[in-house]
Design a protein around this ligand. Structure first.
Ligand SMILES: CC(C)(COP(=O)(O)OP(=O)(O)OC[C@H]1O[C@@H](n2cnc3c(N)ncnc32)[C@H](O)[C@@H]1OP(=O)(O)O)[C@@H](O)C(=O)NCCC(=O)NCCS
Length: 148
């Protein structure tokens, strides 16, 4: 069974190590995560397996009555295809809603069909493409979900 909870400072090393595996093109450092975790406009959640190992995580930036930004979402390969990312996205979207967010925005690598499939399944629409957003030759698809 998978359980979910808000992330805390003790989870930080796991975020850093999973970022290297899941986002080798743009991993966040420990100091970046430390700063993000300490901000009241950010909210991070984790998915835990039965042994309480982190198998997925997500984060959002929601600065009050404005657009919120999905900062990250990732699930370890062994646990994919079981709805964990969908559940994590629901948790951060609920939190953004409580902050008064008007919409959810995100940038995803244009060749990341798994993630684009996830976002489309949640009702996100494709907007513009940002050239070289993740580095030279790594374009980002901008996507958006209106919140009511
Ligand atoms: C993208 C990612 C987070 C999806 O995690 P997941 O837990 O496997 O996703 P879920 O099981 O919750 O899937 C939810 C929906 O996403 C879509 N989806 C997930 N994997 C997909 C795939 N391989 N191909 C197409 N659609 C996919 C489906 O619509 C799926 O719904 P369905 O199972 O009812 O059809 C995961 O593949 C991952 O961690 N990738 C590496 C990190 C990454 O790229 N993160 C996104 C950064 S922007």
């Amino acid at each position: 069974m998978i359980t979910y909870r808000e992330a805390n400072a003790f989870d930080l090393p796991v975020f850093v190590s999973l970022d290297k595996e899941l986002f080798p093109y743009s991993p966040w450092s420990a100091s970046q995560y430390k700063e993000e975790f300490s901000s009241p406009t950010r909210h991070f959640v984790v998915a835990l397996d039965q042994a309480e190992n982190i198998v997925g995580y997500a984060g959002v930036f929601a600065p009050g009555e404005a657009e919120a930004d999905v900062l990250t979402v990732g699930v370890v390969p062994s646990h994919r295809g079981k709805g964990i990312a969908k559940a994590l996205m629901a948790l951060i979207t609920d939190w953004a809603n409580t902050q008064g967010s008007t919409a959810m925005m995100l940038e995803v690598k244009t060749d990341n069909t798994d993630a684009i499939g996830l976002y489309e399944s949640l009702g996100y629409s494709k907007l513009n493409v940002r050239k070289d957003y993740f580095g030279a030759g790594l374009d980002a698809q901008v996507m958006r979900l209106e919140l009511s």
